[in-house]
Design a protein around this ligand. Structure first.
Ligand SMILES: Nc1ncnc2c1ncn2[C@@H]1O[C@H](COP(=O)(O)OP(=O)(O)O)[C@@H](O)[C@H]1O
Ligand SMILES: [Mg+2]
Length: 614
């Protein structure tokens, strides 16, 4: 219920459409009841029972009262009038004419209310997607390593879709159908009290059974959405890793993984459909049974002469009653859909409710432009329970280059990720010019940093837009940045120059070209602080030279934290820090460190020189 109300909140302001919707709905109901009750005078004409009508009809036009009696009296007045002046044929034409007008009106108002509903639905879904997207953008990096991408995608698509269906259904179910049922019953009571009381006893029994079916659907729906998420994750990984899958002849392996999820999804979908499909045959059976009971009961009353009802009114009554079953059925089957929608809604809202672990404090200040130094003070960090960094103390003075080296898994990338606050330290602090980063706004901290990592992250757009990314740079500035990054030549050689589309994640470029575009992007931003995490590690020697050159230019007049796998690339760093198992084990310049007998750096260095000689 809480979830339902919250989803409804996305339709706000309710005042903008609710009164209008109610008006349309009431008018629709009014005219559709009219359609069915007109069968009574029609039968009267056909079976030549018209002598009765003039008796019932008032002899002057009744003044307006908001009652059912007024409506019938007004109709009968005109009906009798036509009957006396134009005879039976005229009366037949009159009734048919009124039916046509009434059907037209009820459908016009139904259409208007559907239009209104479409508007509300579109608004709810747009707002929900927007909130979801904004939340995901705002969440810390750590969230995404814990959450599966496919699961997030399915929340964006399938779950939001499901909410969409449920919102429409709830609207009709919660507002229109009960109103319809109440209005029909008012008319039915007006026609015959004992018959209507009889039906009221039978209806709740079928209602109870339908509620049980709805409950079962809810449990199954939860299962189904989860499986879909896992399946989308597999699809996403497949598309991203298609090259590796083919290279390792792993098609069968990944097919097996996919099929397992696909089968499971098919199984839950089928059992959901089975349950849901049960609702309709069951309610049809229950409905007809009730009508049969009614025919029998009402028939005995009439045949026994115990009822004031005449034949045509009774038929009109039965037809009108059978129409109550439609909204009652819609109401019960939409309960099943609401359950599905609520499960989906909870999945969407649970993401929206996730508070970002890393965000600005209420009193956060703007970090002033970088002046003196960056200081890591007694820094420690763990991913969940696993400690990764211990007691790291490190100072980088403005204009210096500090290199982080050491074996894989030592915590170098983690340390670098702490600087732009992708994660916050578990212990200790990071200061820039003496300002604790956690007291500064995320935006102002990240604004001063440029990051180039091993895998360049590019977007499916033109080369120009990828370099210009989120800046106001002119074309000349973009080209200048590309020149500095050694990228200009290959760009102008591309089919459409700077306007060439680079494909999904830059798939149409070589690794070195992608990397030089990332460097050009960083150059354009012109940040005072640079973080380079194995920026050349993934490249061949040829493009490494081009990229290394570009990096050298990028690093000029900047303060850099460089993580390097190949020690040759950091020989000229002002300080080299060796990280092992999350601790600084050695530090100094290249010359100092190679001379340290038995040191980690010396060992790494000789290993790499030997490898180069082979
Ligand atoms: N997102 C993460 N969640 C949990 N553990 C992680 C995560 N990223 C890295 N680790 C672990 O932290 C340790 C240090 O990783 P990392 O900083 O990437 O090392 P390096 O860059 O020096 O190779 C490794 O043991 C790695 O398994
Ligand atoms: Mg790393």
């Amino acid at each position: 219920m809480k979830t339902y109300l919250r989803i409804l909140q996305y339709a706000r302001p309710l005042a903008a459409f609710l009164p209008q919707y109610l008006l349309y709905t009431v008018l629709t109901i009014f005219f559709s009841i009219g359609n069915f009750t007109l069968i009574i005078p029609l039968l009267s004409v056909l079976f030549d029972k018209t002598d009765k009508v003039p008796m019932q009809a008032p002899d002057h036009l009744p003044s307006f009262k908001p009652t059912i009696q007024w409506v019938t009296d007004t109709f009968n007045y005109f009906f009798a009038d036509v009957l006396t002046t134009h005879g039976k044929m005229g009366a037949l034409a009159f009734v048919c004419g009124v039916v046509v007008v009434s059907v037209l009106m009820s459908n016009v108002f139904r259409y208007l209310s559907l239009r209104l509903l479409a508007k509300v639905r579109a608004r709810v879904i747009r707002n929900l997607r927007r909130d979801l997207y904004h939340r995901i953008i705002g969440l810390q990096l750590g969230f995404f390593t814990g959450e599966r991408k496919g699961d997030l995608m399915s929340r964006f698509t399938a779950d939001v879709q499901e909410v969409e269906t449920s919102v429409v259904n709830t609207f009709t179910a919660v507002i229109k159908e009960p109103l319809t049922i109440v209005a029909y019953f008012l008319v039915l009571f007006h026609m015959s009290v004992p018959l209507t009381l009889f039906t009221l006893v039978l209806l709740p029994i079928s209602g109870g059974i339908i509620a049980t079916i709805a409950k079962r659907l809810r449990t199954q729906a939860k299962q189904s959405q989860k499986t879909l998420g896992t399946m989308l994750s597999v699809i996403d990984e497949t598309l991203g890793g298609i090259r590796v899958i083919k290279a390792f002849n792993a098609q069968e392996y990944i097919k097996g993984k996919f099929e397992e999820q696909n089968d499971q999804y098919a199984r839950t979908s089928r059992s959901i459909d089975n349950t849901r499909d049960l609702a309709s045959p069951f309610s049809e059976f229950a409905g007809v049974s009730v009508v049969a009971g009614l025919l029998y009961f009402g028939g005995t009353l009439i045949l026994g002469g115990k009822s004031a009802l005449d034949g045509q009114t009774f038929i009109g009554y039965v037809i009108l009653f059978s129409q109550v079953l439609t909204p009652a059925k819609a109401l019960s089957s939409s309960f099943g859909n609401i359950q599905r929608g609520l499960v989906a809604g909870e999945r969407v809202l649970s993401i929206i409710d996730t508070e970002p672990a890393i965000r600005d404090r209420p009193d956060a200040t703007v970090l002033p432009p970088f002046e003196r130094d960056i200081e890591f003070h007694n820094l420690s960090f763990s991913y969940g329970e696993t400690p990764v960094l211990h007691d790291v103390n490190l100072t980088i003075k403005k204009g210096q280059t500090v290199a982080l080296v050491g074996g894989s898994g030592g915590g170098k990338s983690t340390l670098a990720d702490l600087l732009p606050r992708f994660y916050d330290p578990s212990g200790g602090q990071i200061f820039i010019d003496g300002h604790d980063l956690r007291a500064c706004t995320l935006h102002s901290v990240r604004d001063q940093m440029g990051i180039v990592t091993q895998e360049s992250i590019l977007f499916n757009d033109t080369i120009f837009n990828n370099i210009r990314f989120n800046t106001e740079a002119t074309e000349a500035e973009v080209m200048e940045a590309a020149r500095i990054a050694n990228a200009h030549d290959f760009i102008v050689a591309s089919p459409e120059g700077y306007q060439t589309m680079i494909g999904d994640r830059g798939g149409r470029l070589s690794g070195g070209q992608r990397q030089r575009l990332s460097i050009a992007r960083a150059i354009l931003r012109n940040p005072p602080i640079l973080i380079l995490d194995e920026a050349t590690s993934a490249l061949d020697t040829e493009s490494e030279k081009l990229v290394q050159e570009a990096l050298q230019r990028l690093m000029q007049n900047r303060t850099s934290l460089v993580i390097a796998h190949r020690l040759s690339t950091v020989q000229h760093a002002d300080e080299i820090v060796v990280l092992q198992h999350g601790r600084i084990v050695e530090r100094g310049t290249h010359e100092e460190l190679v001379r340290r007998e038995g040191g980690v750096y010396q060992r790494l260095s000789s290993m790499q020189t030997n490898a180069a000689l082979v």
